[in-house]
Design a protein around this ligand. Structure first.
Ligand code: ADP
Ligand code: MG
Length: 314
């Protein structure tokens, strides 16, 4: 018995026009997500993580050129952004309207997507404020965002994202702008909300510790492609792709107390404007063989648990 996926992404390619040529953000990205599943997208800056989320949400720039397919089989129709898909951005300081009280900001999507009165929408907004941990919710509902701390603002942004009851929540580095203690609280809040409401979650992070805390499954992105995917315990405990291994080794410092340095891997990712020949990680890979620079590795394993690396090709 197999579940009908919530989301199915096949061979997604996204590029942006540049001065001379094109910038490749995604170079063939495949991804299947089940209802209620929690997945983390990890990888260095520039890997295409945000582009993948924006493409899924239907929020890409109009100028972006998109190829490939994005389907929502369990939904059976095109998703309505804000209703079927909620989005939490990295920066809770710029994602909220500075002049509108927070309850109104939460009530708006409720009012817009559900057939309820303002009165009912506002009451639901106050209940949501309480649910995300803003106390006393009734009194603070009329405050504007600058009356709240960074962590509280991210709680409010989460309340807005889930207000209309989406089945898919997308979160792009939702804790990177926050201090470590607040990060853990926000992750716990996201975790309990997605479980309680049966939402699927796709969370972008450059921090494997964040992925370990919240995800059932991890996808590792490199230069616009998924190079490894699998259950979190497998990917973190027995990484296969040399890039995943390097990423985790670099992030070992995460086990140390903060302030944590960002993971760093020797070398630089490929030029996003260049056409890629062979494995995109080969120039930085300690295990690269001559054929790695010529032939692009295929996917070995199942769609949900596998690796794109010649070391593992049959
Ligand atoms: N709107 C845009 N216009 C031009 N280039 C873009 C745009 N958005 C992203 N890119 C480029 O696409 C690549 C992937 O970016 P992004 O998806 O933001 O990566 P990540 O979130 O993993 O850091 C980068 O090279 C980035 O500079
Ligand atoms: Mg990003």
């Amino acid at each position: 018995m197999s579940t009908i996926p919530l989301l199915s992404v096949r061979a997604l390619r996204v590029c942006f026009a540049a001065d001379k040529g094109r910038i490749w953000a995604l170079r063939g990205f495949d991804f299947v997500l089940d209802p209620g599943e929690r997945v983390a997208l990890v990888g260095e800056s520039g890997a295409g993580k945000s582009t993948a989320l924006l493409a899924i949400a239907g929020l890409l720039d109009r100028q972006a050129q998109v190829e490939g397919t994005l389907d929502f089989p369990a939904l059976g129709r095109r998703p309505i952004p804000g209703k079927d898909i909620g989005f939490v951005f990295q920066d809770p300081f710029s994602s909220l309207d500075p002049v509108m009280d927070v309850a109104t900001q939460i009530a708006e999507p409720i009012r817009f997507h559900k057939d309820v009165s303002w009165r009912v929408a506002r009451a639901q907004a106050v209940a949501l404020l309480r649910r995300v941990g803003i106390e006393p919710a009734g009194a603070r509902a009329r405050d504007v965002p600058h009356r709240f701390s960074g962590g509280e603002r991210q709680r409010i942004a989460i309340a807005i994202a889930i207000a209309a009851g989406p089945k898919l929540l997308l979160a792009d580095e939702p804790t990177s702008a926050l201090d470590t203690a607040t990060q853990a609280q926000i992750l716990d809040l996201l975790d309990s909300l997605v479980r309680e409401r049966g939402m699927a979650l796709v969370l972008v992070t450059h921090d494997p510790a964040v992925a370990a805390r919240i995800a059932d499954r991890i996808l590792v992105l490199y230069a616009g492609r998924c190079v490894e995917a699998g259950p979190s315990a497998r990917v973190l405990g027995a990484p296969r792709h040399p890039y995943t291994r390097a990423l985790l080794a670099a992030a070992l410092s995460l086990a140390r107390p903060p302030p944590r340095p960002l993971p760093e891997i020797p070398g630089t990712p490929p030029d996003p404007e260049a056409a890629l020949v062979g494995c995109s990680f080969a120039p930085r890979c300690a295990f690269a063989q001559p054929h790695c620079r010529t032939f692009s590795p295929g996917w070995t394993g199942t769609p949900r648990d596998g690796v794109a690396c010649h070391l593992f090709s049959p």
